[in-house]
Design a protein around this ligand. Structure first.
Ligand code: AHR
Length: 350
């Protein structure tokens, strides 16, 4: 026994060649096992089989609307087509979930982080951490409010201020028509359903619209209430607004289609004809809203495109490969109104 123990100890002290090879082999296996490219998460999409392909961590803010679902789908589809691995984390409308997701992407050492920030404020610390880890960050869809703009690499998304302006421009044209039936002191009464408080589309769609409407004294905004970009809250808000202003509402300006659809349901339950008794302006351009526009139950749909996936993947590739890339890119967007010929408008895809 004594002898065996001594033999064992002497082998440990002076390792033979085969033992050293075995230890090196085990070490190699441990290191490759920990490598991020081998890690599987349930939300992974894309093949990621090419060792040169990118791993992208995507913090989506939620799944509150058809727009948002279309946006997530566009990211997943584009990642597949580019052969990238996309790790999607749904923030479920909570900033703290998004911050935790970004931290997990940093720990995982992804190649690029993409995130759609639920609100504008409160991102400086986590973005500083990403910067220190040397991971580029692409902001998608929404903007943030930050002193040091070097904390993100690029932004890709719609111009929400312009969307508000487009909504107002349609209303200015419509007002010329409404004016004909108005007496001298009459005003056009507007109610506004705004999006998530503190989010960049809510702030900018409000601003773009008010910058044009507030200086025209034909208009009066009765109230702006937040429906949080949700159909259910759009319903709730419209019920309250109709109770408070039973015969006064001439125009509904709604910051997204989901809330508009909820509001229209309520109007119809109350015997109000949307698009005729109340002029309806909506933002997004999802299929359901465009169908209602064609039926005359919505008057104007301001387009906001969620199909950003391809452009995001190209941008990520350019950043990682050290090519030139635009710091800010915006998709082309349109505005569809009752005055347009909509017969050639194809399927929306969201
Ligand atoms: O940030 C874009 C907005 O977010 C879309 O208008 C809306 O539908 C979504 O919730």
């Amino acid at each position: 026994m004594q002898k065996e123990w001594q033999q064992g100890r002497s082998v440990f002290r002076k390792p033979g060649r085969s033992l050293i090879i075995l230890i090196l082999l085990i070490l190699c296996l441990i290191i490759s096992g920990c490598s991020r490219k081998e890690k599987e998460t349930p939300a992974d999409t894309g093949t990621g089989s090419d060792p040169g392909s990118l791993v992208i961590g995507f913090s989506q803010l939620g799944s509150e609307s058809a727009w948002r679902l279309g946006n997530t789908e566009s990211m997943e589809q584009a990642a597949k087509e580019h052969g990238f691995r996309l790790i999607v984390e749904n923030g479920m409308q909570k900033q703290e979930n998004q911050i935790a997701a970004i931290r997990s992407f940093i720990a995982y050492r992804v190649d690029v982080i993409v995130f759609a920030p639920i609100v504008e404020d409160g991102w400086a610390n986590v973005l500083q951490e990403a910067k220190e880890a040397g991971i580029p960050v692409i902001m998608m869809d929404r903007l943030i409010n930050i002193k040091d703009s070097d904390l993100y690499t690029a932004y890709i998304g719609p111009d929400h201020y312009q969307e508000g302006v487009n909504a107002a421009k349609y209303l200015l044209k419509k007002a010329d028509e409404l004016e004909e039936d108005m007496s001298e002191n009459d005003r056009i009464h507007i109610v506004e359903l705004s999006g998530t408080e503190g989010s960049s589309p809510m702030i900018s769609r409000f601003q773009g619209f008010h910058d044009l409407i507030d200086r025209d004294d034909r208009f009066e905004v009765l109230e702006t209430v937040s429906g949080d970009f949700l159909r259910s809250k759009g319903r709730e808000c419209m019920q309250k607004l109709l109770k408070k202003y039973p015969d006064e509402i001439d125009v509904l300006y709604s910051h997204n289609d989901a809330m508009t659809l909820g509001a229209i349901e309520v109007m119809e339950e109350e015997g109000i004809e949307p698009g005729k008794d109340i002029v309806i302006i909506s933002v997004d351009g999802e299929q359901a809203a465009v169908d209602l526009l064609k039926e005359g139950r919505i008057n104007c749909v301001v387009e906001c495109s969620p199909m950003l996936g391809d452009a995001v993947m190209d941008l990520a590739q350019a950043i990682v490969s050290g090519e030139d890339y635009p710091r800010i890119s915006r998709p082309e967007e349109s505005c569809f109104t009752e005055y347009d010929d909509l017969s050639s408008l194809g399927p929306r895809g969201y």
